[in-house]
Ligand binder design. Structure first.
Ligand code: ADP
Ligand code: ZN
Ligand code: ZN
Length: 829
């Protein structure tokens, strides 16, 4: 109607835009462009649109046409949010590939890709940005109203705000308020990168005067002798102008930090916090900015460079501490010097301040850090800085493949074998390593995969010539690999030399380390106290009310926890089934290891690192700091302790039970066990001292354990690759898993059967199942899985996926499918 009424625009074209909505819908939607926005619409800009009955969304424009949609009347788009596109053409083609490859919707990809503040929708919750004081005098009327309302009610949705202002679209106002830092998105997680800081102590300069110092001593010795000890220790330690760290002073003087604090309060001592990175620069402890490469490193670097002339991807296999990171830095320098951007991917858990600072020291302000634990505000900042080119390098976890690079020249995927590169939930269920390879393709960027324990797939690709290959065989500076000792739990049980879960070998090694003031890391791949509670009278085991799993006892909370859905209940003192008081715990987790250790080694300072102790803000980093500053003697943890930790004084590593790894029911069990054991072992004695690794197991002759001892990756690979071929697994076969879910087990059964039947019509005996998975009910959804395995080379992947896509769509149109969820997962492991 508008075009007839608006004579001014009468001669203009009628334009339509196709947009991606942040929703799981199969098709892009088309909107009509109001004439006055004809010149402003552009691909990659955000549009505010209405979808469904009354909901508003931020959508991304992906095409501009003069073609009206055939099946429906296009609504007008309501507003445009950007002067310049926030999503690049290269990104859109990457999104497209991802939706296609991983069998999901473009909206799923958009949701994963954009920080929340860039995709406001009616339901998005807004809060006042507390860190940023609001100067009311500078606010416009509408902003004033919003700030007022948010002071009364700390959280409002975008649609609440629309109602409040009595207007349909408020996104442009909110966008400006975001940019002015007045508001943010409400989130629970919020952890920013903080430089690591260390506290140093100085004596108040008033006491440089010897007379006054003497007076001070006399007073302190009378009234507070412990304080006098501290001052004495300080004078001793600071003698040659050395800096005195607070924790070292506490240790040397034997006084608690409370006593030091008392001296600080009296202004006798002065505390000063210093960034650790600055410290390193001053002391020159870290490698020089222009580290000279060893002969081996130099040769490998040349080889990588050379291979990049022919190959898009090169795999760098280098044992721990061989200098992989050093090579990455050289290659990054070269790419940046050539005017290119660089993406450096790391597993979430390895992205510690240690690594960040190491890179910051080389590249300064040109480096951005992107991490899912950062808050939305900061993610938007990184996004904008990558888009406008101020960040030349991004150091990031999985989701940084989605950043708006302009001219990416190099992608480094460190620890390329890591499972945490895979996103399991929600869609897109992508693997960031594989996505990075495609991303390299989009930009014409080179991709370097690095690992001490490469995935079987990547190694295969290197062996068959698809990827280039380079190998660092020696640790830098001749640091020795740790000595590995395997101890049979069965034998020590028989000889009664095992104390709770600690063999005599491990006990002795720990005691020795402690007596030398060295540190110990213990690895147990399970959190909580005990995974199963069992009634000895009737064999009853408490299970989760929502999931088909037994509940894990947590001593710290005194409750039984479900590790799948978070459900908790009080731990019973008598059996809920038969009333017997004979309850016992089966198995053991990190809590129990910590608990028993504190009884056996009461003098040791023990800390636990697992999901339970690292939930709070900064807690992960805090534990690492304490370990580094030697306030912890023994760290007990889950796989978190296996990643990227590099501490000089950790000389003993204990694997409490290797069996849970080795017996994992999945075709990757050997590969994963090798990776885990080799990575954990790599933590021992990284600098200077040779470390010791103790592996406790019921199966000391297990092939993988022997491979770990010999550090024989090639043997692992040769075994695995022939098994994979024989039993039809990747890299020879592709796998697509379908999780079929329903709240009604009966209906689920029939629907899964039906879907499998449909799949069989197309793919024959390449379809396996449906089967009940290990945990067949989670959050009250019953689950069956169907697996599709097909030959890598003889079937067209895209044809197969087209068939699957239409099959699922067709299934969803049947009555049968009501209430049923089908989740395809491509390359599920
Ligand atoms: P990786 O990434 O393979 O585990 P790193 O690059 O972290 O190995 O190197 C291990 C240690 O050796 C680090 O402390 C690093 O600073 C040091 N290092 C490696 N190569 C050199 C070099 N060429 N010059 C100086 N120090 C080096
Ligand atoms: Zn019972
Ligand atoms: Zn549960």
């Amino acid at each position: 109607m508008l075009e007839f009424a608006d004579t001014h625009n009468a001669g203009r074209k009628t334009l339509f835009v196709e947009v991606i909505l942040p929703l799981a819908i199969a098709k892009n939607y088309t909107y009509r462009v109001p004439f006055d926005m004809n010149d402003a619409v552009a691909i990659g800009k955000r549009a505010v649109v209405q979808f469904g009955k009354s909901k508003m969304y931020t959508a991304i424009i992906v095409a501009i046409t003069e073609q009206a949609p055939e099946k429906y009347e296009a609504k007008y788009l309501m507003d445009l949010l950007d002067d310049r596109p926030v999503v690049t053409a290269a990104q859109l083609s990457f999104w497209n590939w991802m939706a296609d490859y991983y069998l999901c919707h473009p909206g799923d990809v958009m949701n994963a890709a954009l920080p929340s503040a860039l995709k406001l929708a009616s339901e998005t919750k807004i809060i006042l940005n507390k860190e940023h004081g609001v100067d009311r005098a500078t606010l416009h009327d509408k902003e004033f109203l919003i700030v007022d309302a948010l002071e009364l009610q700390p959280e409002l949705t975008v649609s609440d705000i629309a109602k409040l202002l009595g207007q349909k679209t408020v996104m442009p106002i909110l966008k400006l308020m975001f940019e002015k830092n007045i508001i943010s998105i409400s989130e629970s997680v919020n952890e920013r990168y903080k430089p690591r800081r260390k506290t140093f102590i100085k004596l108040n300069s008033a006491y440089q005067d010897q007379e006054r110092l003497k007076e001070l001593f006399e007073i302190l010795e009378k009234r507070a002798p412990k304080q006098a000890d501290v001052v004495l220790a300080y004078i001793h330690m600071s003698r040659n102008g050395a800096r005195v760290a607070k924790n070292e002073l506490a240790e040397a003087s034997g006084a608690g930090t409370a006593i030091i604090k008392a001296l600080i309060d009296k202004e006798i001592l002065i505390a000063e916090e210093v960034n650790v990175s600055r410290l390193l620069e001053e002391s020159g402890e870290e490698p020089e900015l222009t580290a000279t490469l060893s002969e081996e490193q130099e040769a490998v670097l040349a080889s990588v460079r050379n291979q990049f002339n022919q190959k898009e991807v090169v795999l760098l296999h280098g044992i721990t501490s061989s200098g992989k990171t050093q090579l990455y830095i050289k290659l990054i320098e070269e790419a940046v010097a050539a005017g290119k951007q660089v993406l450096y991917l790391l597993p979430e858990i390895a992205l510690t301040t240690h690594v960040i600072e190491r890179l910051r020291r080389y590249f300064g302000e040109a480096i951005g850090v992107y991490h899912s634990r950062f808050n939305d505000q900061e993610r938007v900042e990184v996004w904008q800085n990558v888009l406008n080119g101020s960040y030349r390098i991004v150091l990031g976890a999985r989701s940084s493949v989605f950043l708006p690079f302009e001219n990416l020249g190099l992608i480094v995927v460190d620890e390329e074998h890591e499972t945490s590169y895979k996103q399991f939930d929600p869609a897109p269920r992508y693997n960031a390593r594989d996505a990075a390879i495609y991303l390299g393709n989009v930009y014409g960027a080179k991709v370097l995969l690095g690992s001490a324990t490469p995935s079987i797939e990547s190694y295969y690709n290197a062996k068959t010539g698809k990827y280039g290959f380079a190998e660092l065989k020696f640790r830098y500076g001749g640091v020795e690999l740790p000595q590995i000792e395997v101890v049979s739990i069965a034998e020590e049980t028989k000889s009664k030399t095992i104390q709770s879960h600690f063999t005599s070998v491990l006990m002795e090694d720990m005691q020795q380390a402690l007596s030398k003031k060295e540190q110990v890391i213990l690895f147990q791949n399970r959190r909580g106290y005990a995974p199963v509670m069992l009634c000895r009278t009737c064999a009853h085991t408490p299970k989760c009310v929502n999931c088909d799993v037994s509940l894990t006892y947590h001593k710290s909370s005194g409750m039984l926890h479900c590790h799948y859905c978070g459900y908790k209940e009080d731990s019973p003192s008598i059996c809920p089934a038969c009333g017997s008081a004979h309850l016992e715990y089966k198995g053991f987790g990190t809590e129990k290891v910590e608990d028993e250790l504190s009884i056996l080694l009461p003098e040791a300072r023990i800390m636990r690192m697992d999901m339970d102790t690292t939930r709070a803000k900064n807690s992960f980093q805090n534990i690492l700091n304490e370990l580094e500053e030697k306030r912890i003697d023994i760290l007990v943890g889950t796989q978190m302790v296996a990643k990227g930790l590099d501490f000089a004084d950790v000389t003993v590593i204990g694997i409490i039970s290797a069996d849970s790894l080795l017996k994992y029911p999945d075709f990757r069990a050997n590969e994963r066990s090798f990776q885990m054991l080799a990575q954990v072992s790599g933590r021992a004695g990284r600098r200077g001292k040779q470390g010791k690794v103790v592996i406790q197991t019921y199966d000391p002759g297990h092939r993988v354990i022997l491979q770990v001892i010999e550090n024989d990756y090639a043997d692992l690979y040769n075994n695995e690759i022939s098994e994979r071929k024989a039993f039809k697994y990747p890299p020879f076969y592709r796998m697509i898993q379908f999780d079929v879910k329903h709240k009604d087990p009966e209906k689920l059964f029939h629907q899964a059967e039906y879907l499998a039947l449909e799949l069989r019509k197309q793919f024959g005996d390449r379809v396996i199942g449906p089967e009940y998975p290990l945990v067949s009910r989670i959050r009250n959804y019953y689950i069956k899985t169907i697996m599709l395995k097909f030959e890598r080379d003889s079937i067209s992947l895209s044809k197969a996926k087209d068939a699957i896509r239409s099959m699922i769509l067709q299934f969803q149109t049947t009555k049968l499918s009501k209430g049923c969820i089908v989740q395809p997962d491509v390359d599920p492991y």
